[in-house]
Structures are given as structure tokens and as C-alpha cells.
Design a protein around this ligand. Structure first.
Ligand code: 5AD
Ligand code: SF4
Length: 481
């Protein structure tokens, strides 16, 4: 799979994909004690991993570790991995090789380096990693992070540790919480995991095997975490879940689904914006759809993967919906919120996908009109039903289809952005721009918007009018009030 053909057309918030995010902690302080040791964490893949990395940093900070973005300085290196596509998993082994070189260099200076592999590759291939890569000291699956301190301690004392148990509820209950300083250092837009795991079993996907069954966090836990974020200065919260709209809970004797939770969270004073991702079409219920018309803080952006526009392929992917049912959800959402930006994920070249099936995907894309999207060539994952299917599509055809699909999606993305030129909007200022004197904010539709200004405005909502746009960003002027 080439880097080029697998690059998402737009990456405002990465879904599981192959581009690693290096997590750097601007705030190098610890949670209190300092053991003089440093940790370097490399995060691959989805927002869930970004969230998990932050929780690992929180736990390690309380043990006295300082985060570093220089691997050579790190006493502890953690690779927080992604297993969603073959390339992502293979990358881990080449990175282990890189860490090995650093470890040898450090050893010459008398310094010890402990290496841990966490995340979904650890879950899926824990024993194999230990066998294939003797330098790995620790393998920890995503549901074991509440035990990280103990596991690291054991690994540092020379034991080879493998933990891949599923104790997801315990994980949420016991994960360490970040300090105010850590929250602020991570910025004004924060992730909050409300749900983890998946029971849908799409036939191409490893998530139900690596993250386990769907588990929802309790309403109280979520509200408490949201308050903590907002009290520290966070303006925008994105609720995260592999199937975020399958979240369910109970409060005051009533069953709640995501819609009810969003209403409750929107009451938090100081919270300016709410988002959620990733949703499954069959879990878009009426309350959730209506919430988009009623909650001002809920941003008009919906990531709703469809994967394919062909009913035959949707069926063999076990998606539980047809393309017409997907279109119906989009229509209902746009009825209550006409300016809703629709984002999606697509897979080309799933086994059995004919030219005609592919054209149906192209037709669906034309009918929806997407803002930002992610698109991939089908990657066979061992242990999933898709891997056993006949009628595999040759790589060359997959590549051709992906090019055509991405060209169309890119056109739509540019159209979407250019249609915003001249339209007044509020942006939440997040960070410095690339050029001096510039700052970047997010539009309600998740576009990056560049304006003149300085860092004192981070966290503010600013009214702007875009004057130009490209695939990556909008350039805007402020509206004087
Ligand atoms: N091959 C290609 N893409 C995949 N995705 C999940 N599994 C695979 C696979 N085996 C994509 C889907 C999903 C996104 C997170 O990753 O589009 O929505
Ligand atoms: Fe994977 Fe399908 Fe579950 Fe999404 S809904 S995590 S694609 S199995």
C-alpha cells in the first residue's frame, strides 16, 4: 500500500489511519514527584489512541515521569499502536528496529531504555511481538492501561510483561486523571472517551477483536470529566467512541442515549462547543438527530462512515444498512440542520467489488456531497471474515479506484471550503499559525481557519469572514463588532 494512495483527503481529526501522531508534551512538568526519568510515547492511528496516550502520560506523570519528544532522551519508550490496516501494523516492527538502535546508543552511555508496545497491535499480536522482537520489555493491550504503573515497574526491573486482558470497565474507573496544568497544555479542544469497543463486526474490521465488546462509560463519570476539562479552560469537547452513537447509560432511572447525554453536557457553563465521533448509521436515532437542530453548542459536523455505496458490498461487509437507508439518515439530519457538513470513510476493493459496485459508491458520494473524508484500499486483516472471502480485487484495480474516488472527494472538499468564502462564521482559536502574526481556529464545520492575531486569543470565539479557501484551510478576516 503506497503512502500516497492511502493518504486521507483531509485530516482534521484522524480516524484510524497510518499517519502516526507524535505526542509531544509542551508541558514537561510532572504530576508532582519527579523520578528523573523521561518517557517518549509515539501514537499511531485514531483519536482513541491519542486519548489513551494522554491517559498514559497522566499515569506516568504521577509516577514522576516527564514527557519528552526526543526518543534519545527517553528512559521509557512506548509505541501506542494501530492495527486497522496492514501497513499500520508493519510500521510498528520497523519502529521497534529504530528504538533498538537508540537503545544500543544509550547503553554505550550507561543508560537503560525500556520499550513497551501498547494499543491494538499489542492486543492482537502480543505474544508474536515478544517472540519476534526480544528487545520489547512490555506488551499492554488497550484495556490494561489502568495497570500501567505496575507493568512499567515490573518491566524496568527486568521482567518481560504481557497483559492483554479485557477489563474495560475497570480501566475507565481506575485511569488516572490529568492535572489542570496538563489539560491546559493539551489545548482548548479536548477528547473525552465515552464509549469503547464495537459489537458490529463489519467483516473487514479488527476493532471488535482488539478493543472488545461495546462498553459505555457512566453518565456521572462523563459529566465529571467534562467539568474538569472545562474548568481547566477547554472550550470544545469531542466525545469519542468507536461507535460513539451506540453509547447508552442511565440517569435518574431513565435510559439515556447519546442525544440525551449531549443535552446534559450542553448545560455546562463555559463549554462552548460539542462534537462526537465516530458514528454508525444504524445508531443515528431521532433524539440524536433532533439534537442537531436544538443544541446550539453542538457543531454542524457529522462523521458518518458508509464504506461503500453498493448494497451488495454493504451486505457482505455486514454493515446492517443499505445505501438508501444511509441516504435517509443524511436527509433527516440535513432537515434539522441544513448546513450540516457530512464526513465519511470509504473502502475500495473489498472482495467482490465490481466496477458497477464501485460506480455506485461514486454515485452515492455525488448524492451526499461530502466535506472532509477518509478513504482507503481494502487491507486484509487476519482473523476477520473478509480475509476468508473469495473474489479478491487486485491491488492495481484497488489503486485505480482509490485515485478516482479521492479525486472526486477532493473536488467536493475544495467546493465545500470555497462555498464558505464570504460567509460569516465563529471560529474557536486553537493555536499559532505557520507564519508569524497568524493564529488558527476551527470553524463549526471543522475547517482550519487562519486569521491575523496572537496567542493571547487562544480559547476565544472570534467572528470572521473567509476571503479565500483551499483544500487545507480557509483564510479569513475578522468581523469588527
Ligand atoms: N481495510 C481498509 N480500511 C479499513 N478500515 C477499517 N478496517 C479496514 C480495512 N481492513 C477503515 C474504515 C473505517 C476506518 C476507521 O478505517 O473505513 O471506518
Ligand atoms: Fe469496525 Fe464496523 Fe465496528 Fe466501525 S462499526 S469499529 S468499522 S466493526
Amino acid at each position: 500500500m503506497s503512502e500516497l494512495t492511502n493518504t486521507p483527503t483531509h485530516v482534521p481529526m484522524p480516524t484510524p489511519e497510518d499517519n502516526p501522531v507524535i505526542t509531544t508534551a509542551d508541558d514537561k512538568s510532572t504530576g508532582g514527584k519527579n523520578n528523573g526519568k523521561k518517557v517518549f510515547i509515539k501514537t499511531y492511528g485514531c483519536q482513541m489512541n491519542v486519548y489513551d496516550t494522554e491517559r498514559m502520560e497522566d499515569a506516568l506523570a504521577q509516577d514522576g515521569y516527564t514527557s519528552t519528544d526526543v526518543m534519545e532522551d527517553a528512559d521509557l519508550v512506548l509505541l501506542n499502536t494501530c492495527h486497522i490496516r496492514e501497513k499500520a501494523a508493519e510500521k510498528v516492527y520497523s519502529d521497534i528496529g529504530r528504538v533498538n538502535k537508540v537503545k544500543i546508543k544509550r547503553a554505550k552511555k550507561g543508560l537503560k531504555t525500556t520499550l513497551g508496545v501498547t494499543g491494538c497491535v499489542a492486543q492482537a499480536e502480543g505474544k508474536e511481538i515478544m517472540h519476534r522482537a526480544p528487545i520489547v520489555n512490555l506488551v499492554a493491550g488497550p484495556q490494561t492501561y489502568h495497570n500501567l504503573s505496575r507493568m512499567v515497574e515490573e518491566a524496568e526491573s527486568g521482567k518481560r510483561v504481557v497483559e492483554t486482558e479485557f477489563e474495560i470497565e475497570e480501566k475507565f474507573a481506575k485511569l488516572k486523571t490529568p492535572t489542570r496544568k496538563q489539560i491546559i497544555a493539551r489545548g482548548v479542544a479536548a477528547f473525552l472517551t465515552v464509549q469503547e469497543g464495537c459489537d458490529k463486526f463489519c467483516t473487514f474490521c479488527v476493532v471488535p477483536y482488539t478493543r472488545g465488546a461495546e462498553v459505555s462509560r457512566s453518565v456521572d463519570q462523563i459529566i465529571e470529566e467534562a467539568h474538569r476539562l472545562v474548568d481547566a479552560g477547554v472550550g470544545e469537547v469531542t466525545l469519542l467512541g468507536q461507535n460513539v452513537n451506540a453509547w447508552h447509560g442511565a440517569k435518574n432511572g431513565k435510559e439515556w442515549r447519546l442525544g440525551e447525554l449531549l443535552y446534559k453536557l450542553s448545560e455546562i457553563e463555559g463549554l462552548k462547543r460539542l462534537r462526537y465521533t465516530t458514528s454508525h448509521p444504524i445508531d443515528m436515532d431521532d433524539v440524536l438527530i433532533e439534537a442537531h437542530g436544538k443544541i446550539d453548542k453542538l457543531m454542524p459536523y457529522l462523521h458518518l462512515p458508509v464504506q461503500s455505496g453498493s448494497d451488495k458490498i454493504l451486505k457482505s461487509m455486514n454493515r446492517h444498512h443499505t445505501s438508501a437507508e444511509y441516504m435517509d439518515v443524511i436527509k433527516r439530519v440535513r432537515k434539522v440542520r441544513p448546513d450540516m457538513a457530512i464526513s465519511g470513510d470509504f473502502i475500495v476493493g473489498f472482495p467482490g467489488e465490481s466496477d458497477e459496485d464501485f460506480e455506485q459508491t461514486m454515485d452515492l458520494i455525488r448524492e451526499v456531497g461530502y466535506s472532509s473524508t477518509y478513504s482507503f484500499k481494502y487491507s486484509e486483516r487476519p482473523g476477520t471474515p473478509g480475509a476468508e472471502m473469495d473474489n479478491k480485487v487486485p491491488e492495481s484495480i484497488k489503486a485505480e479506484r482509490l485515485l478516482r474516488l479521492q479525486a472526486l472527494l477532493r473536488e467536493q472538499l475544495i467546493d465545500f471550503n470555497q462555498n464558505c468564502v464570504g460567509k460569516e462564521m465563529d471560529i474557536l482559536i486553537e493555536k499559532k499559525g505557520r507564519d508569524a502574526g497568524q493564529i488558527v481556529g476551527r470553524s463549526p464545520w471543522l475547517q482550519a481557519v487562519v486569521i491575523d492575531g496572537d496567542m493571547s486569543e487562544v480559547g476565544n470565539i472570534v467572528r470572521v469572514k473567509p476571503k479565500s479557501a483551499n483544500a487545507a484551510a480557509l483564510m479569513a478576516d475578522r468581523i469588527k463588532s
